[in-house]
Structures are given as structure tokens and as C-alpha cells.
Design a protein around this ligand. Structure first.
Ligand code: MV4
Length: 449
């Protein structure tokens, strides 16, 4: 096992990793920008290194600064958290060359899943059901028209280098394809420096269901069920739950086994998420994320498993501490993402926290790096806390969420908390009846946005 791990991240996820390290008797090294000298992750870690100025590009994304911090402190492994360098294959390649262990999959697996066409081809070969679409890239407008006519409208055009919704355009009929194709290409070029696009059948009212997987890197793969993350705004998740309110145990077992077997066959190491659109009882693969996700705690809650601990175990070559048959679902969990944002426009709202009180009690987990007197810097993501509740069933989890939100105090800035109070009143949220479009439509109706 490692003696010392460097965490190449900040905020709540850095604390999350430090906590796992401490329980495992592993020393932790925080890195930080000058803006984060007073941040909680710096205070909580065993050691810290300032790696650069405010801008992420020159600090949390600076590979030389992070590698140097590792060499100076003698950390043997790096946990990337999510975002920043967590899915950067070049970073992982450089660590491999420096004999620093990356706590995550190989550079090869990251690269494979970063290219969305290769990811889809790989998934299909491994027996994962994929959305019907073009075989590979679609180079010209003539090809686009031909593929779309064969497949039938509506279609969606996506960036090969994309993900997270950028460079994506829908064409409802042949009249719309030319402009959709051109826009998707130019947006992809601008966002990713690559204008290759591919085409899929457009699913009109799906849910976003993602399967948590884990591989030991030696041919064994397991799954930890699904999360329903359909409640999103502009491709930012807002409310996530596990298990999915519409997924039956039979469906879970079937798609779970397909994913677990695929992960085993790939020789994948560590945590991953296989994303699907789910419509009319069918799963359609869209992407795979090769990192620990923001919403991982809902899976931890219902399975009683520490996913970060397991990532560290796998990276150290010791394998996971469970097998598929050990994994049983217990109850229901919900996470809400609390952002430093002002409603109704969700405009970033950094500033000083004049009072902070975290909710507690049975079935409540608050993952946050806030403290009273802390000043949220304006340079980074606006996520300031994740409130995760766990109950024996979905109604109990919802009641607990309502109760916990009532205990929470974050004074001095605006947050997205009022949104959750309002959402909990909605019959569709109470019954779990929502698609990926539900939240945006609801916001339009209720905030006129
Ligand atoms: C789709 C789709 C409908 N049909 N693909 C958005 C981000 C990227 N991960 C994939 N996305 C979508 N792909 C087909 N064939 C609809 C979306 C989509 C979406 C997906 C998940 C969660 C929220 C979404 C919001 C709008 C569109």
C-alpha cells in the first residue's frame, strides 16, 4: 500500500479523498493555488504545496507543477478527483513515465473513451446496447443526409471529441440537417479543435441512467447498480438518485451484468461510469466516464461501500474488497448539488460565508469544504456542497432531504437551496416521473427562463 497520496484537486472532493486516506493510514498531500491558501483541503491534509496562481490553467491543471509537488513531498500516487486532470490521458502518460501511480484507469482506456466514436465502437463490440447511428464519423453534408434518411428523423449530430453536450445539434427533418451539421462542426472545432462529428437517432424523452462500474485491472469487473441523473440544467446535474425510480431489479441485473462483463474484458482498472439514455424499457449507451463522479455518494450510501478506498486498493494492486455477490442495495439515496449561484439565472455568486451550519442526523451526509468565515473564490466551479440523504425507501429519503435542507444554514451568499425546496413540492419529483427535459421545462414555467 502507498504511504502518501497527493490529491490533485480542491474543494469537497479533495476532502473526500483525504478522509479515505486517513482511514487507510495513508498520508495526504494537498496542492493549491494562491487563491486557495485558506481552503479547507489545505487545512485538512497532512501537508500542502502551493502549485501556482489563481487561474486553474496555471495551478490545478499544471502538469509540471503537480509532478514537482509529488517529487518534493515523496507522494507515490495521485488521486485526481473529478474534473481538472481526471480524464487527461497525456497527464496519466507522464505519470507512468515518472513512476507515479495514477489512481484511475490507464492512459489507453482514458483515450479510448475520450473519443466518442471509439468509445461507442468499443461498447458495441463488448455487447453493450448503443444508440443506432452512423458507423463512425460523418465527413460531408451529403453523407449526413444519406445516414439520416436511412435511419429516419429526428437525428442528433454530436462531436467525436465532445461530451457533456457541447457541439451537439438536433435535426427534426431534412430541412434542418444542413444547418445542424454545419453548426455542430464549427462548434466542435471551436470547443475541441476537432470538427469530426457523428450522427445518432434522436431519442425524444429519455432518462439519463448511468451504471457505476469497477474493475481490478486484471480481468474482474463488477457493477454497483444505476443512478438516475435526469434532472439537469444545461448539462449540469442538479439532483441525482439511486436506485433509479423506474428501473426494475431484473433490468438492473441484466444491464449491470453486461457492463460488469465489459469492464472485466477490457481489463479496466478502478471506478468508471457507463452512461445510458433509457426510453421505453431500453438502454442505449452514449458515453463512458473514466473517473469518480460527483454523484458517487448516492451509490456509496445504498451499497455501503467506500468507492475512494476501493480506487486506492485497485491502484495499489490489491484489488477490490468485494465481489458482485457481496453487493446488495439497501434503501434509497438522493444527492442535491448546492451551488454558489443566484436564482433565477444561476449566475455565479462567490463571496464570504458569514455563517455555515451543516445538517446532520440519521441518513444525512454533507460533503462540503465550507466553513464560517471562508471566502469562496471566483475562479473555480460554483459547487460548494453536496447534500446526500439515505432512507429505507424513496419517500423516506425525500422526507429526510426536506428535513435536512431545513437545518442547513449558508449565509452571506446566494445558493441553489431554494430550488430544492421548490422541487420537493412537485408531484413529478415526488413520484420520480421525469425525463431529461423535465427540469428545463419546469424552470421555464416557474422562473420564466
Ligand atoms: C442524446 C440525446 C438524445 N438522443 N443522444 C447530452 C449530453 C451528452 N452526454 C449526450 N446528450 C444527449 N444525447 C441521443 N441519441 C439527448 C441528450 C441530452 C441529454 C442527455 C442526458 C442528460 C441531459 C440531456 C439534456 C439534453 C440532451
Amino acid at each position: 500500500m502507498f504511504d502518501k497520496i497527493l490529491i490533485a484537486n480542491r474543494g469537497e472532493i479533495a476532502l473526500r479523498v483525504i478522509r479515505a486516506c486517513r482511514e487507510m493510514g495513508i498520508a495526504s498531500v494537498a496542492v493549491h493555488s494562491t487563491a486557495d491558501s485558506d481552503a479547507m483541503h489545505v487545512r485538512m491534509a497532512d501537508e500542502s504545496v502551493c502549485i501556482g496562481p489563481n487561474s486553474s490553467t496555471d495551478s490545478y491543471l499544471s502538469v509540471p507543477a503537480i509532478v514537482a509537488a509529488c517529487e518534493v513531498t515523496g507522494a507515490q500516487a495521485i488521486h485526481p478527483g473529478y474534473g481538472f486532470l481526471s480524464e487527461n490521458a497525456n497527464f496519466v502518460q507522464i505519470l507512468e513515465d515518472h513512476d507515479i501511480k495514477f489512481i484511475g484507469p490507464s492512459a489507453e482506456h482514458i483515450r479510448m473513451m475520450g473519443d466518442k466514436i471509439t468509445a461507442k465502437e468499443t461498447a458495441a463490440k463488448l455487447g453493450i446496447p448503443v444508440v443506432p447511428g452512423s458507423a463512425g464519423g460523418v465527413p460531408t453534408i451529403e453523407d449526413a443526409k444519406k445516414v439520416a434518411a436511412e435511419m429516419g428523423y429526428p437525428v442528433i449530430i454530436k462531436a467525436t471529441a465532445g461530451g457533456g453536450g457541447r457541439g451537439m445539434k438536433v435535426a427534426l427533418n431534412e430541412d434542418e440537417i444542413e444547418s445542424a451539421f454545419r453548426t455542430a462542426r464549427s462548434e466542435s472545432k471551436a470547443a475541441f479543435g476537432n470538427d469530426e462529428v457523428y450522427i445518432e437517432k434522436y431519442l425524444q424523452r429519455p432518462r439519463h441512467i448511468e451504471i457505476q462500474v469497477f474493475g481490478d485491472g486484471k480481468g474482474r469487473g463488477v457493477h454497483l447498480g444505476e443512478r438516475d441523473c435526469s434532472l439537469q440544467r444545461r448539462h449540469q446535474k442538479v439532483f441525482e438518485e439511486a436506485p433509479g425510480p423506474c428501473i426494475t431489479p431484473e433490468e438492473r441485473a441484466r444491464i449491470g451484468k453486461i457492463c460488469a462483463d465489459a469492464i472485466g474484458q477490457m481489463g479496466y482498472a478502478g471506478a468508471g461510469t457507463i452512461e445510458f439514455l433509457y426510453e421505453d424499457g431500453e438502454f442505449y449507451f452514449i458515453e463512458m466516464n473514466t473517473r469518480l463522479q460527483v454523484e458517487h455518494p448516492v451509490t456509496e450510501a445504498i451499497f455501503g461501500v467506500d468507492l475512494v478506498r476501493q480506487q486506492i486498493m485497485v491502484a495499489a494492486g490489491l484489488g477490490m474488497e468485494f465481489e458482485q455477490d457481496d453487493l446488495q442495495i439497501n434503501g434509497h439515496a438522493i444527492e442535491v448539488r448546492i451551488n454558489a449561484e443566484k436564482l433565477p439565472n444561476f449566475s455565479p455568486c462567490p463571496g464570504k460565508i458569514t455563517a455555515y451550519h451543516a445538517p446532520g442526523g440519521l441518513g444525512v451526509r454533507m460533503d462540503s469544504a465550507l466553513y464560517t468565515g471562508y471566502s469562496i473564490p471566483p475562479y473555480y466551479d460554483s459547487l460548494i456542497a453536496k447534500l446526500i440523504v439515505h432512507g429505507r425507501d424513496r419517500p423516506e429519503a425525500l422526507a429526510r432531504l426536506h428535513r435536512a435542507l431545513g437545518e442547513l444554514i449558508v449565509d452571506g451568499i446566494d445558493t441553489t437551496v431554494p430550488l430544492f425546496d421548490a422541487l420537493l413540492q412537485e408531484p413529478d419529483v415526488q413520484s420520480g416521473n421525469y425525463s431529461i427535459h423535465w427540469l428545463e421545462k419546469w424552470l421555464e414555467r416557474n422562473f420564466g427562463k
